[in-house]
Design a protein around this ligand. Sequence first.
Ligand code: ATP
Length: 226
Amino acid sequence: MLNIAGIETFYGPSQALFGVDLYVAAGEMVALMGRNGMGKTTTIRSLFGLTPAASGTIEFESRDLRKLPSYRIARLGLGLVPEGRRCFPNLTVRENLIATARPGQWDLMQVERLFPRLAERAQQSAQTLSGGEQQMLAIGRALMTNPRLLVLDEATEGLAPVIRKEIWAAIHTLKQQGQSTLIVDKSLSELLPLVDRCTILEKGRTAWSGLPGELDEGIRDRYLGV
Ligand code: ATP
């Protein structure tokens, strides 16, 4: 479904990616891992054309994304939940959800079933939500676009344990429903039982890819340890 090969990406003169390879098959949940600053967010920004890759290939369902503007990429069926969420603060929760709706499996009822808190707070303005509830709203908004591939960047970062649990439960549901997902998260204990494959970045390069069961202590120490 998604095939990224050898991408190199720059911020002005400074190179952040030096050859990232990443593959997601339809129905898979894939973890993109690595220590801070290794290029996870930049890879996602390149995928969505926000910081376009200077070289390499990004193919989504056999279409070349590299020359497309971000809105076209989204329209092809990629849904992003960016780091630090981002909802419309003055719209209500329900208005936020409806604003991005496109026809498909996910509608208001399904999303509110996945996150009952969003139903309870439907008429509140988004800015009155807690950080965790805003994160749920951000995921809900992305689902409302009925993305063929959902991309979650640090969706549970910095949240209270109760809320983190609810979000992981929702991600489990997504997995059961066969939602293709690329997920960046630091919580290995939650991530590893859930994902089909892992890709680890080191200094802007794909350093390792494999099954979660193959990610042994040596690899963890080498690429993920602090
Ligand atoms: P984190 O887990 O901290 O979010 P990350 O793996 O997502 O890290 P990136 O944010 O992609 O890493 O950063 C990769 C490299 O690009 C780092 O060296 C970072 O300093 C650099 N970088 C990121 N954003 C910018 C920017 N806007 N301008 C210049 N350099 C940047």
